[in-house]
Design a protein around this ligand. Structure first.
Ligand code: PMP
Length: 370
């Protein structure tokens, strides 16, 4: 058998899963819980599988400090599914298109959510918050967001995975405003004050586990007036009442997500990982900022700790950078096709030594070609 060489995988998602978790899954792949079968071969309605769901909910509640008046749902269809589910569930039954909603645009994914919501609502107040300041993209402060007080809800994305833009300010709007956050690329990487949100959703393939699960944290009072016409599979009330088992869920992905969440808890929880994430991202930004060879065009206040896009001034060097990086065991650094350049995603499972290796390589590359 070949020895597996350790590589560092900077993929934006699906992304690295902690090695310890993969090894545990490997060990119990054919014989989970001494059942002589795999987790994929038992009923989602069995006591054993329900105990996986219960453990995951319990640990999420502890890790994220989720108040009792919130429900946790595991759903399908990724974050894109929620781009439809949110307006479908929250908008009024009677003349759904007349409802007013606020959509905050900060980059690619918040814009996709806006486009999807337009199918359900004619009255969208689009709030563009990206400004240019000294050639850097800066997000305007929440107090300057042009919010419509009659809106049913406000949707925003605190971490734009493609653009590398983060909003660290937390919502402080009046209690009447239901805030919905797409936390796909930032969930479990930093503390969140859950009670400031009506709904938080996230797809799983970054910090939660493999793809295939969507996490939804929803304030219970929002379950009261769900639009009757929402397809049952997206209906939050039905999903809560069925303990996220209205249909057969992706049991393997749920099982592996449970292992990742257990790993995070054993590591010391969110405050601990947040500190590590700050250390890792600072290390990379410091190397980018220390030279004119690499550029990141986001203002320091809005730089993502999870997804760090950067360019080489001489853009002809990008493809060579990616080829040579692999010789240093650094993978999946290609920027998203709409931006080009390079992007390093530093989710929870990326060890500090991966970032040390990347920054070492960047300095060597600059010396050679700068
Ligand atoms: N929102 C954000 C912030 C994302 O990063 C992504 C995926 N990269 C999505 C939405 C879409 O997620 P999915 O593919 O799971 O629908």
């Amino acid at each position: 058998m070949h020895e597996i060489t350790e590589i560092y995988n900077f993929s934006p998602g699906p992304s690295m899963i902690p090695k310890k978790v993969l090894l545990q899954a490997k060990k119990e792949f054919c014989n989970w819980n001494n059942k002589n079968k795999s987790i994929m071969e038992i009923s989602h309605r069995s006591e054993e599988f329900i105990s996986v769901i219960q453990e995951m909910k319990k640990n999420l509640k502890i890790l994220l400090n989720i108040p009792d008046n919130y429900e946790i749902i595991f759903s399908h269809g990724g974050a894109r599914g929620q781009f439809s589910a949110v307006p479908m569930n929250l908008l009024n039954n009677n003349n759904i298109k007349k409802n007013q909603v606020d959509y905050v645009n900060s980059g690619y994914w918040s814009n996709c959510a806006t486009q999807e919501a337009m199918k359900y609502c004619n009255n969208i107040n689009i709030i563009n918050i990206n400004k240019m300041k000294h050639n850097k993209i800066k997000i305007s402060s929440m107090k300057d967001w042009n919010i419509n007080n009659n809106s049913k809800y406000l949707h925003y994305c605190p971490n734009e995975t493609i653009n590398g833009i983060a909003i660290y300010e937390e919502p402080f709007f009046s209690d009447d405003i239901i805030v919905v956050g797409d936390f796909s690329s930032t969930i479990l990487s930093q503390n969140i004050c859950i009670k400031k949100y009506g709904i938080i959703y996230a797809s799983s393939q970054k910090n939660i586990g493999p793809s295939g699960v969507t996490l939804i944290i929803i304030r219970k009072n929002l379950l009261k007036n769900i639009n009757f016409y929402v397809p049952s599979i997206l209906n939050y009330k039905i999903l809560v009442d069925s303990n996220s088992m209205f249909n057969t869920p992706n049991t393997f992905s749920l099982y592996l997500s449970n292992l990742v969440i257990r790993w995070l808890k054993q590591l010391g929880g969110i405050s601990k990982i947040e500190k590590k994430n700050i250390e890792k991202s600072n290390m990379l930004y410091n190397v980018i900022d220390s030279t004119d060879f690499y550029i990141n065009n986001i203002d320091k206040c809005n730089r993502s700790r999870m997804n760090i896009p950067f360019r080489i001034v001489d853009s002809r060097l990008h493809s060579l950078f990616l080829i040579e990086a692999e010789k240093y065991r650094l993978y999946s650094l290609k920027g998203h096709s709409i931006l080009g350049g390079i992007r390093a995603s530093l989710y929870n499972a990326m060890p500090l030594k991966g970032v040390i290796q990347l920054t070492k390589f960047m300095k060597i590359f600059e010396k050679k070609y700068g």
